[in-house]
Every structure is written in C-alpha cells, then in structure tokens.
Design a protein around this ligand. Structure first.
Ligand code: SF4
Length: 381
C-alpha cells in the first residue's frame, strides 16, 4: 500500500486573527515531549498494518512546524523512514513561518531531509500582515525566500491570501507580481474565509471588519488565474499554481482520495479500505493527545466508515477541485454506477449553467465554474 503521511505541529508563537486551525500559542508542552508522542504513535500505527506500507510523501504542517528544532524534525523524518518505508524519492515538505526561520535553521531542515519548503507569506504588505496578526513583516518574508535558497531548497512554495479587509485589487496584483519576482516553484493563493470563533469573526459580527465587495473578491481570483499562468505558473487546482513538474504531490493525494495517515494532535487519516474507505482523527487538544498516547493506545477518534454515496460525493467534489477534473470511466469502474445516473440533476444543471464542461473525455469546472466552485460542490454532497 502506498501512503501520504502528515504530521501536525499544533504550536504557534501567536494566534493570527483569522486562524481557526488546530494550533495554540503559549503552550507549556515541551516540544521534545510532543515529538516523542508522535514517534510512539508511528510505531503503534505501523503494527496495525500486516505489511509495511510505503510512504511517498511526508508533509509537516501546523501550526508552525518551523518552531521545532531541525534535530526534532530530523527524528520525525527518520521515524517515518523506519516505520513506513519513506521512499528515497519522497517529497518531504515543511511549512515554515517567515518570522521563525534563520539561515542556520533552514540549513538544518534541509540537512535533516526536508526537500520542499512551504512558506506562509500570506501578504507582502506590512499593513495587511499586521492586520492579519502575522508575526512577520514583508521584508522578513522576502529574506526567508533568499535564505531558503541559500540553505539549498530548490523546491519552494509560497502561500498567499487575497480578499483581505481593506485590500484593493491593485494591492493584490502588486503582491502577486512581487511573489512571482521572488521566483518560487509553487504559489497557493486562497481567498480569506471568516471562520467562527476567530477574532475576525467577532469583528465582522460587530461591523468592524470591512471585506472587499463580492465582485472585487471574484475579480481577485480571476486576476490570479490570469497573472500566474502568464508568469509560468500553471493552475492545477482552484487555489494552487506551479512551475512544470512542481505541483504539491502530497496535496494531490488528498484531492485524488489517496491513502493518508496523520500523526499528532488534530491530525486526520483516511484509508481507502475496507470497501469505500474509512477516516478518523486524533484528539484536537495536544494534552488529550499526549494522555492517550501515554496509555499506549492509538488516539483514533470519530472513526467513520464511508458509505458508497459518501465516497461518490467525495470523489466528485475533490476531483473537481483539480483542473483536470474527473474521469467518468474511472468513476463508473470504482462505484459501479455512472456519474450521469448518480447525479443526473446536478450534472445537467451545471452543464446548462456553464459551470461544468466535458473536455478530453473528462468532466471539469469551466473558468466560471472555478469562480463559483462552492456552488457546484454543494450539489454533490
Ligand atoms: S501561523 Fe498559521 S497556524 Fe499559526 S496562528 Fe497563524 S495562521 Fe494559524
């Protein structure tokens, strides 16, 4: 069995105002203790497979994984190699916050085996970074790119967010142009979403957060889909763009419903067997996660077996995120039913309203469909 592996590091220096990710600032848990628990989890999980699976990607995300010292990141990589036969050609990504890295730490991660760096730049405008509650400045983000190159990273991704409060279309275009000039191999560009429980949500409720009008937000996405491909970054997913051959291999496993195992607090896992697959997650609170591991049992929670219908819906809305879309023949072979008979109304409606198209024997979102993707996805779940 081939797998993607995910490791979650739920610690941050400070909580950003828009963030609802499983991460906490000011944790008193020693990093060594948390990493030791993940090493235990890996050893336990390995025992649940009769034969050793092969890991083809490893993604260390968070939170802020770059708060962990390179030796700890190295011990996690070594453990995945030992328990899950991490392949010699595996893509090994580390998410890094520009406000937490130095040339020395980046060189240490590279030596430890990280071969892809994903930098959480988010914006190259100091005012917007401050408003988001980020701990870094635009200049620190630029320096992080330079240091990453000096440390030997030849596969670098930059994450950006658009549709920010107070952001104009021109300001977003400038950020995109500057991001391109930094020369990363990969750019992710997500629209801000306001999540319940965040300071931004509270501000919005009180009328203190002025988001760009809907048309401007749509124009920002449209501009992204024009500017980045023109600069050599092909769009391969709604919010992801890459130089040739530099797509995120790890994230593609998610969108293609491949097998993945998550380690650490709040990490999610999915295996395609038995039948239509099962998913589970670990306790969200790091202390709960540590307590379960201390008893020597796997911390699986909310294990769910997918029904055929669940799996079909996932195959459609995850597959449609990718620009290449869905192969109807593969869908029919897997589920014993064609897309047309499974979703007759939704398919017809979105072909008619111009949000879906058939191209090269596959079904995918049109350009307009990419702008209104959530409306399409809602029809299949
Ligand atoms: S650095 Fe990332 S994970 Fe941490 S608080 Fe900010 S957005 Fe959330």
């Amino acid at each position: 069995m081939q797998l993607a592996l995910y490791i979650h590091v739920p610690f941050c220096t400070r909580k950003c105002r828009y963030c609802d990710f499983a991460s906490q600032a000011g944790s008193s848990i020693p990093p060594e203790e948390y990493v030791a628990a993940m090493l235990r989890e890996m050893a336990l999980r390995r025992q649940s497979f009769p034969r050793q699976p092969e890991a083809v990607t490893l993604y260390i995300g968070g939170g802020t994984p770059s708060l962990l010292a390179p030796r700890l990141i190295g011990s996690l990589i070594d453990a995945t190699a030992e328990h899950f036969a991490l392949s010699a050609t595996a893509e090994i990504t580390l998410e890094a916050n520009p406000g937490t890295v130095t040339l020395e730490s980046l060189a240490g991660y590279r030596t430890a085996g990280v071969n892809r760096l994903s930098l959480g730049v988010q914006s190259l405008n100091d005012g917007l970074l401050e408003m988001l509650g980020r701990i870094h400045t635009a200049d620190e983000a630029r320096q992080a790119v330079v240091m990453a190159r000096a440390a030997g990273f030849d596969n670098l991704g930059i994450d950006l967010i658009h549709s920010l409060p107070g952001q104009s279309l021109t300001a977003w275009e400038q950020t995109l142009a500057e991001a391109v000039a930094l020369g990363p191999e990969h750019i992710s560009a997500y629209g801000l979403s306001i999540e319940e429980g965040t300071p931004f949500h509270a501000m919005m409720e009180q009328g203190e957060l002025e988001l760009p009008p809907e048309e401007t937000a749509a124009r920002m996405l449209e501009t992204t889909m024009e500017l980045l491909p023109a600069a050599g970054y092909a769009q391969y997913e709604i919010a992801n763009f890459s130089r040739p051959g530099r797509r995120s291999r790890h994230n593609q496993v998610y969108w293609q419903r491949g097998n993945y195992l998550g380690f650490g607090a709040a990490a999610h896992s999915f295996l395609r067997e038995p039948l239509f697959g099962r998913r589970w997650n670990n306790p969200t609170a790091p202390l709960d996660y540590l307590h379960v591991l201390a008893t020597g049992i796997l911390p699986d929670e909310q294990t769910m077996r997918l029904s055929r219908r669940d799996a079909m819906g996932e195959a459609v809305f995850l597959g449609l995120r990718l620009l290449e879309g869905i192969d109807p023949a593969a869908f029919a072979a897997e589920f014993g039913e064609s897309l047309e008979t499974a979703y007759p109304g939704a398919l017809k409606r979105h072909f008619t309203d111009g949000l879906l198209q058939e191209k090269g024997g596959r079904i995918n979102l049109t350009k307009r469909g990419l702008l209104l993707a959530n409306r399409v996805f809602a029809s299949f779940v």
